[in-house]
Design a protein around this ligand. Structure first.
Ligand SMILES: C[S@@+](CC[C@H](N)C(=O)[O-])C[C@H]1O[C@@H](n2cnc3c(N)ncnc32)[C@H](O)[C@@H]1O
Ligand code: SF4
Length: 449
C-alpha cells in the first residue's frame, strides 16, 4: 500500500479531531465553571510568577468569508469605543482579585482585528492593562495585524506601547482565491505594512497563510509562497483551512465544490512545507515554520515549545488571563472562557461580575492526558519518564500499546519514548486524539489533514 493510502486508512482524510490548542479543547467546557472559579483562580496566582495576558478585539471592518474567528463587522468606531470602555471595567474587576505586585510577562492582542483601533485607543488600552498588571523586565507584546487596516500612526503607537512581534494575516495572494474567500489584499499593501513594521523597529514578524482554500492550486500557491518569501518573515503559520459552515455561518458563502479535494489539499500542505524548509525555515510542530534564529525555532530545538490558543508559543508564563468577549483564561486549576457574544460579555461586566461563563476544572487524569497530548503536538513524541511522574500514569499504558498497533509504521517505541516518525506527522492530531479521554464531538472539528 502506498503512503497516501496508509495515511487514508489511518484516518487522515476522514477524522474530525481538535487542533488541541488546549486539552481539554474549548468544546468540552461546561457552564458549571464560571466567574466563581475565575475569582478563586485569580486570587490564587503567585505574585512572584509573571502572567500572560490575551486581549480579544471582536471587530473587523470587513468579514472574510473563510474566517472562523469570533468577530463581528462594523463600519464605525462607535461599538469599538463602547466595548473598550467595558474592557476597562473588566480590568478594574480583575484588579480587585489579583494579588498585589503581580507582573505581566507577555501580552497578545488578537481578534478580530486589533488594528481597527486608532492610535489613541491603542495607547489607552495598552496603558490600562499595564496600570493593572505592570510589565516585567522581559515583557513581550505581540499583535495580530490586518495589513489592509493599519497605517504608520497605528504601527508607531503599537511600537511606542512596547510591541515586539507582529503577526500579519496573508492567507493567499491569488486574486481568484481572495475573491472566493471575501478577502481582497494586494501584495503592495502587505509589503507597505511589512516595511512600516520594520521601520518602526519590529524585528519579529509572523505571516499567517492558509492552504485548502477555494480555487487554490499548486501553481498559485507557489506564487504566493514566492511573494511571502520576498517579505522575509521570521515565522510562518501555515493553517489548513477549517471549513465548518455549520458553526461559522459566513463560510456558507464558500461553495464546497470550489475547495481542493482531499489529496490535493494534502499535496498543497506538503508543497508549502517543502518550499519553506528549502528556503531555510525549520518546521515547528504541525503548522509553523521559523528561521533558525527565531525564538520559536529555538524553543522547539530546546524542547521548550508550548501550545496555547494562538497556536505555538515560547511563552514561559504558566497562567494566561484572557480579557474581552470569548477570551479564554488558563490557570493552574483549569480553563475559563468569557461569554462569547459581545453583548453577553458586556452585560456581565456592566452588571459588576467577571465574564467567565464556561470552563473546565482539571483533575489529575486530565493533567496526565494534557501532558501526553502537548508532548505529541509540540515534540512529536511522548517522553514516558515525564509521564511517569504523574501518579496515574498507568491509565495510559493500554493507550500506548493501542497507538503503536493502530499506527504501525508511523509511530514507534524507542526505550522510554513513543515517537511519531516523520512519515506519520500528518497524523499527529489523530494520534493525540487517542489520548483524549473526553470523547470529542467530531462534527464540531475540522478535518485533520
Ligand atoms: C484573527 S485572524 C488575523 C488577524 C487579522 N484580522 C487579519 O485578518 O489579518 C487570525 C488568523 O486565523 C486564521 N484563520 C481564520 N479562520 C480560519 C479558518 N477557517 N481556517 C484556518 N485558519 C483560519 C487566519 O490565518 C487568520 O490570519
Ligand atoms: S480574517 Fe481577520 S479581518 Fe478577516 S474576518 Fe477574520 S479576523 Fe476579521
Amino acid at each position: 500500500m502506498d503512503h497516501i493510502a496508509n495515511l487514508r486508512r489511518m484516518g487522515l482524510f476522514d477524522a474530525r479531531v481538535p487542533r488541541y490548542t488546549s486539552y481539554p479543547p474549548a468544546t468540552a467546557f461546561t457552564a458549571g465553571v464560571g466567574s466563581d472559579f475565575q475569582r478563586d483562580s485569580l486570587a490564587a496566582l503567585d505574585p512572584a510568577v509573571p502572567v500572560s495576558v490575551y486581549i480579544h478585539i471582536p471587530f473587523c471592518e470587513r468579514l472574510c468569508w473563510f474566517c472562523a474567528c469570533a468577530t463581528q463587522g462594523t463600519s464605525t468606531l462607535k461599538p469599538v469605543e463602547t466595548y473598550l470602555r467595558v474592557v476597562q471595567m473588566e480590568l478594574a474587576l480583575l484588579a480587585q482579585q489579583l494579588p498585589a505586585g503581580i507582573r505581566m510577562g507577555q501580552m497578545h492582542w488578537g481578534g478580530g482585528t486589533p488594528t481597527i483601533l486608532p492610535p489613541d485607543m491603542i495607547r489607552d488600552l495598552a496603558q490600562a492593562v499595564k496600570d493593572v498588571i505592570p510589565p516585567d523586565d522581559h515583557f513581550s507584546f505581540s499583535v495580530e495585524i490586518d495589513p489592509t487596516l493599519v497605517d504608520d500612526a497605528k504601527i508607531a503607537m503599537l511600537a511606542q506601547m512596547g510591541m515586539t512581534r507582529a503577526s500579519i494575516g496573508i492567507q493567499d495572494f491569488a486574486p481568484d482565491v481572495q475573491a472566493a474567500i471575501g478577502r481582497v489584499q494586494s501584495f503592495a499593501a502587505t509589503k507597505t505594512c511589512v516595511d512600516s513594521l520594520r521601520a518602526a523597529g519590529i524585528t519579529s514578524l509572523n505571516a499567517d497563510l492558509v492552504y485548502g482554500l477555494p480555487h487554490q492550486t499548486q501553481a498559485k500557491l507557489a506564487d504566493t509562497i514566492a511573494q511571502v518569501r520576498s517579505l522575509d518573515p521570521d515565522r510562518i503559520a501555515l493553517f489548513g483551512y477549517a471549513h465548518v459552515p455549520n458553526f461559522s455561518k459566513r463560510q456558507k458563502l464558500i461553495p464546497d465544490a470550489a475547495l481542493p479535494k482531499e489529496q490535493d489539499r494534502y499535496a498543497l500542505a506538503q508543497q508549502a512545507a517543502r518550499a519553506f524548509t528549502d528556503a531555510g525555515y525549520l518546521p515547528i510542530g504541525i503548522d509553523h515554520f521559523g528561521k533558525p534564529a527565531d525564538s520559536l525555532t529555538q524553543a522547539m530545538q530546546q524542547g521548550r515549545l508550548r501550545r496555547n490558543f494562538q497556536g505555538y508559543t515560547d511563552d514561559t508564563c504558566p497562567s494566561l488571563i484572557g480579557i474581552g468577549a470569548s477570551a479564554i483564561s488558563q490557570y493552574a486549576g483549569g480553563y475559563v472562557q468569557n461569554a462569547a457574544a459581545t453583548a453577553a460579555y458586556m452585560a456581565r461586566i456592566t452588571a459588576g461580575d467577571l465574564a467567565g461563563h464556561r470552563g473546565y476544572a482539571m483533575g489529575a487524569e486530565d493533567r496526565l492526558r494534557a501532558q501526553a497530548i502537548s508532548m505529541l503536538m509540540c515534540d512529536f513524541q511522548i517522553d514516558l519518564t515525564v509521564l511517569h511522574q504523574h501518579p496515574e500514569a498507568a491509565i495510559l499504558a493500554p493507550l500506548h500499546d493501542a497507538v503503536l498497533d493502530q499506527f504501525a509504521g508511523m509511530v514507534v517505541r524507542d526505550g522510554d519514548t513513543i515517537r511519531i516518525l516523520p512519515q506519520g506527522r500528518p497524523l499527529t492530531r489523530i494520534i493525540a486524539n487517542a489520548y483524549d479521554g473526553l470523547g470529542a464531538v467530531a462534527a464540531r472539528y475540522s478535518q485533520a489533514s
